[in-house]
Design a protein around this ligand. Structure first.
Ligand code: PHE
Length: 340
């Protein structure tokens, strides 16, 4: 049924108002603006208009057509703008919604301390060497001048595997292996696990050491103290001082025990340093000439310094841990405290 122009306008306005979606808009277009739509039908009506009125009718119908098209376009813009607005709203991210925090791991305090210690020495030009955990008597004892039946063998309670093989009791056999494979100048670190039949609050049958060895011309005890002094300053604090005390190791002569001034009380005396103001941190000394000779190094031309540091001990001091076992239990709640 062809509308008369006024009826068409009224019907269009009513339909236009009802349009709420893009689908309804398409329906509206089909009903009014398509080839079979009402506007086209109105235009076809020109045939039945007397000739003298054709021009005016044509003009009028064209105006209606333009008007319908404009109304339609405006509606389309409105619907598209609404759709876009809706899309924005649907895709809005609420930045205030709490996120699920994924638990992330952290370095074990022993690993962290070991890496820190190594990086301080690496800054002084040390290389890393790693030896085997199963050693023979020769490397662990004899060539380090710990002779058979010598009482110094009892200094370390050894886990023997066979007559000759053992779990290394210290990282010092690394010194022999390095000097066997390298000529001076030598400047190496030997980190690794060591084993002794010993267990209490401050000892564990397995623990770790960091061995240091420097062999060159004119190496003296002063070099050892200077090196270790700057090491403890970097590791603990600039205020920390070192002192050497005479000690005994068969593979160093002279041998020293190195203490640091207590970094908790500053040397006044407290529970950490047991009232002495000093804390023992490592053993070391000048490499015994016999050990150099055992490795084919001329002890008149070269001298060396060596030291061995207990890594757990440093971690315990640094973090105030009172039982070494805590470092091996892998209690997650305990380890979480060391998140960097
Ligand atoms: N190996 C010794 C120990 O385990 C430490 C040490 C290393 C001492 C090097 C002197 C030189 O106790």
């Amino acid at each position: 049924m062809a509308f008369h122009a006024e009826e068409l306008k009224n019907a269009f306005v009513a339909d236009l108002e009802a349009v709420k979606s893009e689908a309804e808009l398409a329906e509206l277009w089909k009903k009014y603006l398509s080839k079979t739509g009402e506007v086209q039908k109105l235009m076809s009506g020109i045939k039945s208009v007397p000739n003298e009125e054709k021009k005016a009718y044509g003009q009028f119908v064209n105006e209606v057509k333009t008007w319908v098209q404009e109304q339609y376009d405006a509606k389309r813009e409105e619907i598209e703008a609404n759709a876009l607005q809706q899309k924005y709203q649907d895709e809005t991210i609420d930045v205030t919604v709490p996120v699920k925090i994924r638990p992330a791991g952290n370095l074990h305090p022993l690993t962290a301390v070991k890496q820190e210690m190594i990086s301080v020495f690496a800054g002084m030009g040390f290389e890393i060497f790693e030896g085997p955990e199963i050693e023979d008597d020769d490397h662990n004892f004899t060539r380090l001048n710990v002779l058979k039946d010598h009482p110094s063998r009892d200094m370390q309670d050894t886990f023997w595997l066979t007559e000759d093989l053992l779990l290394r009791t210290h990282t010092s056999p690394g010194q022999i292996r390095v000097m066997d494979s390298k000529k001076p100048p030598i400047k190496v670190l030997v980190p690794g696990k060591v084993f002794r039949s010993d267990s209490d609050a401050t000892h564990s049958p397995m623990f770790s050491q960091l061995e240091g060895l420097v062999v060159d011309k004119h190496i003296t005890l002063c070099d050892l103290q200077g090196m270790l002094d700057s090491f403890v300053k970097k590791l603990f604090s600039d205020e920390v001082k070192t002192r050497l005390r005479p000690s005994y190791f068969p593979f160093t002569e002279p041998s020293v025990e190195v203490d640091v001034s207590c970094f908790k009380c500053g040397g006044k005396g407290c529970s950490l340093c047991k009232g002495t103001g000093w804390i023992e941190v490592l053993g070391g000394g000048i490499v015994n000439k016999k050990v150099l000779e055992n490795c084919g190094i001329d002890s008149d031309e070269y001298s060396g310094l060596a030291f061995g540091i207990g890594i757990e001990r440093i971690a315990m001091l640094k973090y105030g841990i009172n039982h070494m076992g805590k470092l091996f239990e892998n209690d997650v709640e305990f380890l979480k405290q060391f998140k960097a």
